[in-house]
Design a protein around this ligand. Structure first.
Ligand SMILES: Cc1cc2nc3c(=O)[nH]c(=O)nc-3n(C[C@H](O)[C@H](O)[C@H](O)COP(=O)(O)O)c2cc1C
Length: 395
């Protein structure tokens, strides 16, 4: 496979040379893109000699002279030819430019043109790493599906100790290898994913909802898309991005959108947390503040998952159960009642709560009732674990 390795300006640049070698040992073709900062630490010649490929630094190098205009569109052509884009080390400055969509050198322009999965391995001084703007950029990149290989805690070149040191080369190479192994294994599959909460109005200014952030469903949608599936995402109100997502508000709107798209899907993964109840009537006017208590009468909404389970037609159907207690018992009952292929049971409430967290732990129960524990992992990793199981069922 072909890998673009972006190298930005930090003291850990010298480790990128080892990354090139280790990826080549695995049979990959590596093309290196360097920021101008990176060239202060290691010369392009080092990477030219190691990779055997042209090293890209400038956008405009030699393009205004000569007759053939060769390489003028390499930022597009090379971007289209790679299977993965890894930035290691990713400096604070480089991450900021990637997060802002700036395209002022070859690496950052390439980033906007690449459609392959993007992985970054940040490395910097601990105080820089902990700075709110660095953390905000990290969040932005992660929310767009960029895989982050967290730096490790250790002794830094600046003689301080803390988080910020580039993850070990083996960790980076393992992450790339497992991503590439999975890459495109869902090609040709149509996957419908739901995410987020729903909202039910009480009056024109108030509503009831729940704490679902949508992060798990969006992570599944992104991972499935990166693995080649054609993905339809139906989401309740969240701040997360996914191109083409169908946005809904109420459980009934979610139900309609799901049923409209379910027939064409090979797989339906219901990671959303639609409300089970809605106010029996919605007040046309704002309910006025008063001293007396107020009772809301709620009625059940339609159970979307159950409806899907009753008309499964050979689809793989995956559900989620967010439970505060008796997770296994409740999960197993839900699995059977809704005719699911497997269910992912998450704890909610307390320190391990799956809601609005980037980390998730789960018990997966399959159709024969066998269970498997998934220890706390990022929702990105959890998404791939769920899709690995879906793939086995499809095969
Ligand atoms: C000796 C030295 C070491 C540096 N190490 C790092 C580092 O590990 N991480 C980082 O984000 N910036 C580091 N910097 C600062 C960057 O090189 C600087 O912000 C530069 O603008 C990075 O730009 P670029 O990565 O976009 O090329 C270091 C600077 C110097 C002089």
């Amino acid at each position: 496979m072909k890998i673009a390795l972006g190298v930005s300006g930090g003291i850990a640049c010298y480790k990128a040379a080892e990354i090139v070698r280790r990826l080549q040992d695995q049979g990959h073709d590596v093309v290196v893109l360097m920021t101008r900062g990176a060239t202060q630490f290691v010369t392009p010649l080092t990477f030219r000699a190691l990779s055997g490929n042209k090293v890209y630094v400038d956008m405009f190098e030699g393009q205004s002279s000569g007759s053939d205009f060769e390489g003028a569109f390499d930022h597009i052509l090379v971007a289209q030819s790679v299977d993965l884009f890894l930035v290691a080390p990713a400096s604070a400055d480089c991450m900021a430019r990637l997060a802002a969509g700036i395209a002022d050198d070859f690496l950052t322009t390439f980033h906007l043109a690449v459609t392959a999965p993007v992985v970054i391995a940040p490395a910097m001084n601990t105080r820089m790493w902990q700075h709110p703007s660095v953390q905000a950029n990290l969040k932005t990149l992660a929310s767009r599906g960029v895989r982050i290989i967290d730096p490790e805690v250790g002794q830094m070149a600046c003689r301080t100790h803390g988080p910020g040191r580039l993850a070990p080369v083996e960790t980076i190479v393992d992450c790339v290898t497992s991503l590439l192994k999975r890459s495109r294994d869902l090609e040709g599959r149509r996957i419908l994913v739901t995410a987020g909460p729903t909202v039910e109005d009480i009056d024109p200014v108030r509503y009831i909802s729940n704490r679902s952030s949508g992060k798990m469903g969006f992570a599944i949608a992104r991972a499935a898309r990166d693995r080649g599936a054609s993905v339809v995402l139906v989401s309740g109100p969240t701040e997360l991005d996914f191109p083409g997502a169908i946005r809904v508000r109420t459980t009934e709107e979610m139900r309609q959108a799901v049923l409209e798209n379910a027939n064409d899907a090979d797989v339906v993964i219901k990671a959303a947390a639609p409300l089970d109840f809605r106010p029996k009537s919605v007040s046309a006017q704002k309910i006025k503040k008063r001293d007396a208590s107020l009772s809301l009468e709620l009625e059940p909404t339609t159970d979307i998952l159950k409806e899907l389970g009753a008309r499964k037609n050979g689809k793989v159907l995956v559900g989620f159960a967010a439970e505060t207690e008796n997770g296994l018992k409740n999960g197993l009952e839900k699995l059977k009642a809704k005719n699911l292929d497997f269910i992912v049971v998450n704890p909610v409430g307390g320190p391990d709560s799956a809601f609005d967290s980037d980390i998730n732990r789960a018990t997966i129960i399959n159709a024969s009732g066998q269970t498997e524990e998934i220890p706390p992992v990022t929702k990105q990793v959890m998404a791939d674990k769920i899709l690995d199981r879906v793939l086995k069922l499809l095969k």
